[in-house]
Design a protein around this ligand. Structure first.
Ligand SMILES: Cc1cc2nc3c(=O)[nH]c(=O)nc-3n(C[C@H](O)[C@H](O)[C@H](O)COP(=O)(O)OP(=O)(O)OC[C@H]3O[C@@H](n4cnc5c(N)ncnc54)[C@H](O)[C@@H]3O)c2cc1C
Length: 455
């Protein structure tokens, strides 16, 4: 989108930004391509002399309603660094290494520094930034972060995302903030400060579980699962509302589960807590509606997700626990939560076709589902391999240090869906209702077939 007042924009950038402002045809042509086959002629190019000047350029562009595009080495292979936008090239001047902490093995750099340059600098401390794309001699750290670059050494050192501790971000409307793990006192300070940073969406998703028949779960374990999985949401919601109600804005997303509407065997504590979340949230929602509040609360009901939980939940099963197929990758779940956060008007969202099918089948044929799950629910939650030995996370976290971090994916990458057709349908409620009906009919038919074979 070209802004209506390009010459006004150019003049303002020249007047206000410390850097090169290039709107001539030659410069625009030079920045029209990157490492890909795509070509998009930019509106203009800004080469800021400092990070502050880059931030200033963004705020001028925002004033003129002009899109912006950051650029490092411009070696992207899928057109990521070309667009009809004002290109901000960080790679010429914003190349500093601001600090190195050899003991903690961290450094702070400006976004335009080229990877080989950084590694030359770090070599004197016998350190290097691990991920090394083939373009290491001219790709920049900002671009590596944008693309989550890897390269052959990522097998040993992880991808770029695994090597970033904190990031200073700049939003289009001029907000600058450091993001990353935030200690409680710093968080309290941010929240007390109010403004954009304190506003935020609040997402409740804490949980723990015990895989075992009910009579094998102790009272203490049951209480713990309930405290984390149910009261975690209750207290999280309380905390969020304390901040959101006085400002009369904000969104709370409860990460629910299909198991909050349809319980399965071997997870009585978890299913009970997930049901309770639905009841609790409906109650809070009616209270918000009653007082005409602009605070929104919505639930994203999840399918089985391939997270590391199955390696570290407490389990008394004879085999390794697993999610009930179909299993979805965590990215499907994350996109669902993000969509719910952006569209909090609806009471709930179903993520994954299996969630839709399960919930609707339970509405139509709950007793049939009881019998189906009694027959299949024990085996479908266990693999053929032996269970993991050692620690579980019921009372203590097992990923205490960044080195223990297991990431978002569990052990079931092979059988997990990276996309869900229902994800697209969820944006179109009429189509969702049709899809849900069809899926529920499909499940009901399958159940009938199965139950008719049941003696
Ligand atoms: C021949 C060739 C080989 C390659 N080999 C590999 C490889 O082995 N492994 C690999 O992972 N990739 C590889 N790539 C892809 C690419 O080189 C890497 O992703 C590289 O790290 C991108 O860095 P860059 O500085 O060129 O990013 P750019 O292309 O400049 O930018 C990448 C993205 O990041 C954004 N961005 C840039 N700077 C900032 C900033 N400061 N703030 C916010 N966003 C920003 C851009 O808008 C864009 O979306 C290869 C590419 C080529 C052409």
């Amino acid at each position: 989108m070209t802004p209506p007042d390009t010459s006004g924009l150019e003049a303002a950038l020249r007047a206000e930004v410390d850097g090169e402002v290039r709107f001539d045809a030659g410069s625009r042509g030079a920045y029209a391509t990157d490492g890909s086959n795509y070509r998009q002629v930019p509106i203009g190019v800004v080469v800021p002399r400092t990070v502050e000047a880059g931030a200033r350029a963004v705020s001028v562009c925002a004033r003129f309603d002009a899109p912006v595009l950051s650029r490092g080495g411009g070696t992207s292979l899928a057109g990521q660094s070309t667009n009809t936008a004002v290109v901000i090239d960080w790679s010429k001047y914003c190349t500093g290494v601001l600090s190195v902490d050899p003991e903690r093995r961290t450094c702070v750099v400006e976004p335009g520094i080229v990877l080989d340059e950084l590694n030359r600098h770090l070599a004197r401390h016998r350190l290097q930034f691990g991920p090394k794309p083939s373009t290491h001699s001219h790709c920049a750290l900002g671009g590596m972060i944008g693309n989550n670059s890897c390269g052959a050494s990522a097998q040993a050192y992880g991808k770029t995302v695994d090597n970033i501790r904190r990031l200073e971000i700049l939003t289009y409307d001029g907000q600058r903030a450091w993001v990353g793990p935030t200690p409680p006192d710093e968080r309290a300070r941010i929240v007390a400060g109010g403004g954009r940073l304190a506003e935020n969406v609040w997402i409740n998703c804490a949980f723990s579980t015990v895989f075992a028949p009910f009579e094998e779960i102790t009272a203490e374990e049951f209480e713990r699962v309930t405290a984390v999985t149910y009261l975690g949401f209750v207290n999280g919601t309380r905390s969020a509302l304390k901040r959101m109600l006085p400002r009369d804005r904000g969104t709370i997303v409860q990460v629910g589960s299909a198991l909050g509407e349809r319980s399965i065997p071997l997870q009585s504590a978890y299913c009970g807590a997930k049901h309770a979340i639905n009841g609790f949230t409906s109650s809070v929602r009616t209270e918000l509606l009653h007082r005409g509040s602009n605070v929104r609360v919505t639930v994203a009901q999840m399918p089985a997700v391939n997270t590391p939980q199955f390696q570290w939940v407490r389990s008394r099963l004879s085999k390794h626990p697993m999610p009930v197929p179909p299993i979805y990758q965590p990215e499907v779940a994350a996109r669902g939560v993000l969509y719910a956060a952006d569209h909090p008007g609806r009471k709930q969202y179903y993520v994954g076709a299996s969630t839709v099918a399960t919930i609707w089948a339970n509405r139509f044929v709950p007793a049939l589902l009881d019998r189906y799950l009694a027959r299949t629910g024990f085996d479908s939650q266990q693999t053929d391999s032996v269970p993991p030995a050692g620690l579980d996370n019921l009372f203590e976290p097992v990923d205490r240090t960044p080195a223990d971090d297991q990431g978002a994916h569990g052990a079931f990458d092979d059988g997990s869906h990276a996309r869900s057709w229902q994800e697209t349908l969820v944006r179109h409620p009429a189509a969702t209702a049709l899809g849900a009906g069809a899926a529920a009919l499909g499940v009901a038919r399958g159940l009938r077939r199965l139950t008719s074979r049941n003696p």
